[in-house]
Structure formats: C-alpha cells, structure tokens
Design a protein around this ligand. Structure first.
Ligand code: NI
Length: 200
C-alpha cells in the first residue's frame, strides 16, 4: 500500500471508525452464494440507479468497458472499504489497461446512503470509483440482478443498524456479461492477476 493509499485508508477509517470499533463480521454469513453457482449470464442485468453527482446511470452506460462492481454500504466497518481499496489497488497494479475498467460501488443502504453521502465516500476511496444509490426499489432490483443479498441488522446494545450483505466483487465484460468474481478477502495482487487475464 503506497502512501496515498495509506492516507485514503486513514481518511476512510475516520468515516467508518465508529463502525470499525463494533468489530462485527456479518458478511461471511450463510447469505454468501456458492461461488460454484456463479456462472454465465445468471449474474448481472439491467439496472437504473443514481450516481454520486445525481445523474441517472444504467448498466448499458458502461458497455464497451470492463466493470468491477461491488454492492455494500458506506457505514460498513471493514468489508466494504477493504473490497473497494483492493479494487483500487488492483487497478493501480495493472497500469494503463486500468483505463478500460470502471469500478462501481452500489449501495444496498439507500436510507442512509444519499447521493451526497455517496459523493463524499467515493471521493475518499478513489476518484475513479462511481457510487450508485437510488430508491429502495431501484436498489433491490439491481441487487437481485447480481444475486446480492442484504438485510438490516442491529448489533445488541447499538442504536444504529448495520447491513448484512453479500461481499463479492463481480468482473463484467464490455458486453455486460459476467466474467469472474472476487471477495473483499481476495488480495489485490490476485485481483490484478485475474484482471490482466481478461483485460487486454
Ligand atoms: Ni460491507
């Protein structure tokens, strides 16, 4: 992790610091889909969401580019920042071909992840990242297309909720079709290695 990444990580840590202190690890629960079942055109599909600048974005806007897409929430204590910073590091690792890959973060917590909240969050994580949110129905529809599961959970003694959610990074091809997936636990150099295989 270079110094800029370290600074970003610390800045992000300040945003999610309270959450990190909770030390909860919900995302590895039974809601994780079996990776063996993640194949072909079963993953992905049409969505319509709002980006961090308030612009409506659809899956078709990204045709012609590879897409790394991850669903999570900005108050996530650790899985989401780890996944997103891992995506950014992997893009740094592959050099100029990173220009052909669009990283996208979709909120599954639209109640708290307003457009403004998404904007400050994605700017803190990586300037290349597009942050998408929307109405509860828009988010539910997008998550369903990517077979992402999520639910609100309130840790004992806490007044605020967290989101239990699938933590997979999907790599989609320029045609919008599923190519590969990683998790927040996949080391960035492994993600980069797989990206190099597809992005050429
Ligand atoms: Ni998360």
């Amino acid at each position: 992790m270079d110094i800029l990444k370290t600074i970003r990580f610390i800045a992000l840590g300040a945003i999610v610091g309270l959450g990190a202190a909770w030390g909860y690890h919900f995302w590895q629960g039974a809601n994780m889909p079996d990776p063996a079942s993640l194949a072909g055109d079963a993953i992905g599909g049409p969505y319509e969401l709002i980006d961090q600048n308030g612009t409506t974005r659809r899956d078709t806007d990204f045709r012609g580019k590879f897409v790394m897409i991850y669903f999570g929430f900005t108050f996530c204590p650790d899985a989401c920042p780890t996944a997103l910073l891992g995506m950014a590091q992997a893009l740094d690792d592959i050099g100029p071909s990173a220009d052909r890959v669009q990283p996208i973060f979709v909120s599954i917590d639209p109640d708290r992840d307003t457009v403004a909240q998404m904007k400050s969050y994605v700017e803190a994580v990586d300037p290349r990242l597009i942050g998408l949110t929307g109405s509860a129905a828009q988010v539910a529809s997008a998550a369903k297309a990517y077979r992402v599961f999520y639910r609100k959970v309130t840790p004992p003694g806490m007044s605020d909720y967290l989101m239990d959610h699938t933590s997979l990074i999907y790599l989609m091809g320029p045609d919008g079709k599923y190519l590969d997936h990683f998790s927040h636990e996949t080391p960035p150099d492994k993600i980069a290695e797989k990206l190099r295989r597809h992005v050429r």
